[in-house]
Design a protein around this ligand. Structure first.
Ligand code: ZN
Length: 287
């Protein structure tokens, strides 16, 4: 997700003085289960697991928040330097602090995260060397850390082409990255290898595999459950069917957007992905 842009547009359209929301952002920590925490600030939700060998962090929001993130980690872990930082995908609101964390922590991600950071696919341009993952995987990997087993499961062509979902097996927690927007229309980055079909099949696969008592850290939105994964999956399927049927009848994209969606899906619309932009995603990318 690209929240910087969003903040700028919102401030301009309201004619307000622009205060960078990153300056105002504070990091809050919520214990998810045992040694696993969710940190919220501005950007993608951060996962943190405390192990004997040091903390391991999932995603790192924006560079401007690095010091605040480190302070929150220190409070929980007694050190501000995670042993590892895992990236769920390359977007700037999940890898923004990589440059700093890369000097103290081992960065881990899918091959495509490294490739896209190197190519400059983030809005910020090509990433400096210290921001690049040093351990990469092509189709998943597992970290065995002092009694904590962290599995990175790769789903091709979902939110992007380099997504990893992170499963904390002992703690029974999964960090979904941006394959989960909890209760909101998801952003699917079709310009970076994401597809509606791949997103749906990733949700289906995780939902089928996950025992009901696992907790779910979404990329965006509040802490979630297995049932919320199903709700997102079913929303995409239901709204996709509506748009596909209209498209098959020969309706143009503009007419589809004008026709809207049944009221029951109104609450999924939000600042960045409105009902209109969700219909556009579905119209262009269903087949
Ligand atoms: Zn994203």
């Amino acid at each position: 997700m690209k929240f910087m842009l969003l903040g700028g547009i919102a401030a301009l359209s309201l004619g307000l003085a622009v205060q960078d929301p990153l300056d105002a952002a504070e990091i809050t920590a919520t214990q998810v289960s045992g040694p696993v925490y969710m940190l919220e600030g501005y950007g993608g939700n951060i996962g943190l697991v405390l192990t004997e060998g040091g903390p391991v962090m999932i995603d790192d929001q924006f560079a401007q928040l690095e010091d605040k993130i480190r302070a929150a980690v220190e409070e929980l872990a007694g050190t501000k330097n995670p042993s590892y930082v895992l990236n769920t995908h390359f977007h700037g609101d999940h890898t923004g602090s990589n440059e700093g964390f890369g000097t103290t922590s081992i960065l881990v991600a899918h091959d495509q995260v490294r490739a896209r950071l190197l190519a400059g696919d983030r809005r910020e341009g090509p990433a400096p060397a210290s921001a690049l993952p040093v351990l990469t995987h092509a189709d998943g990997m597992t970290l065995h850390l002092d009694g904590q087993t962290l599995e990175l499961r790769h789903f091709p062509a979902a939110h992007t082409d380099g997504d990893s979902v992170v499963l904390f097996h002992e703690a029974k927690v999964v960090h979904m990255g941006d394959i989960m927007f909890n209760g909101m229309f998801p952003f699917i980055d079709t310009g970076s290898g994401g597809t509606v079909k791949g997103y749906l099949s990733a949700l289906k696969s995780i939902h089928e595999d996950l025992p009901a008592d696992w907790k779910v850290i979404p990329g965006h939105g509040p802490l979630a459950s297995r049932a919320d994964i199903k709700a997102l999956h079913d929303m995409i399927l239901a709204t996709g069917k509506i748009v596909a049927a209209r498209k098959a009848e020969g309706m143009s994209k503009e007419d589809c957007v004008a026709a809207g969606l049944p009221e029951e899906w109104d609450s999924w619309s939000w600042q960045f992905i409105s009902t209109d932009s969700w219909i556009e995603t579905l119209y262009q990318r269903l087949d």
